[in-house]
Design a protein. Structure first.
Length: 204
């Protein structure tokens, strides 16, 4: 089974290279730091799809994704003065979203140690569940197979592959979101590709 990017068959939830209008992120960050609240709203509107899409693809639960989206923006705006490069706001925001999602994963593992039933799985959203309206049955089947294979990957590999190939981030953006070097993220993506090919080897 070829590992074509699933992004073409999914709803557009996090366009990474959509045309930007108006002030740059750097200008908006500077104005927000100066106390102009409209700039915070503009930053939110510009990047909310990126954050929400990242949270949903990683957590696979809409309620949790909404919580992480809110947490991400609250934390980012609270720590806005700590951002060294205002022009890098987008990547920095993605890193916060990934970090908050990983905190949720750790909480799930802790709950499982105490044999508490994880109700979050009742509303799990897989790739096939969030396919674009025009996706064919074959596309949905392919997404479901890929989804099951992704769940077998270690979290760092799954996160790297999802951010790169499902959300459509560049390698540089993926490294920033995962808080690691370019060399490390390339190794993680390559390892994920190799394991996915192995898991999907019997699929056609």
């Amino acid at each position: 089974m070829a590992l074509a990017s699933p992004k073409a068959h999914l709803r557009v939830v996090a366009p990474l290279h959509a045309p930007e209008q108006g002030d740059s992120d750097a200008v908006l960050v500077a104005r927000a730091r100066a106390g102009e609240t409209w700039a915070l709203e503009a930053l939110y509107r510009r990047h909310v799809q990126l954050v929400a899409g990242t949270a949903l693809r990683l957590l696979r639960n809409r309620a949790e994704a909404e919580d992480v989206t809110q947490e991400t923006f609250l934390l980012a705006f609270e720590k806005l003065d700590q951002l060294a490069e205002p022009a890098a706001f987008r990547g920095w925001l993605a890193r916060i979203a990934v970090s908050r999602a990983h905190r949720r994963f750790r909480a799930r593992r802790l709950r499982s140690l105490f044999f508490v039933r994880d109700a979050d799985r009742d509303d799990e959203v897989g790739l096939a569940d969030d396919a674009a309206p025009g996706a064919s049955p074959e596309d949905r089947t392919e997404l479901a197979l890929l989804d099951r294979a992704l769940l077998r990957l270690p979290l760092p590999l799954r996160t790297a592959w999802t951010v790169r190939h499902v959300l459509g981030c560049s390698v540089e953006e993926t490294a920033e979101a995962c808080a690691c070097s370019l060399a490390t993220i390339k190794r993680r993506i390559a390892a994920a590709d190799e394991q996915l090919h192995a898991h999907l080897g019997g699929a056609s």
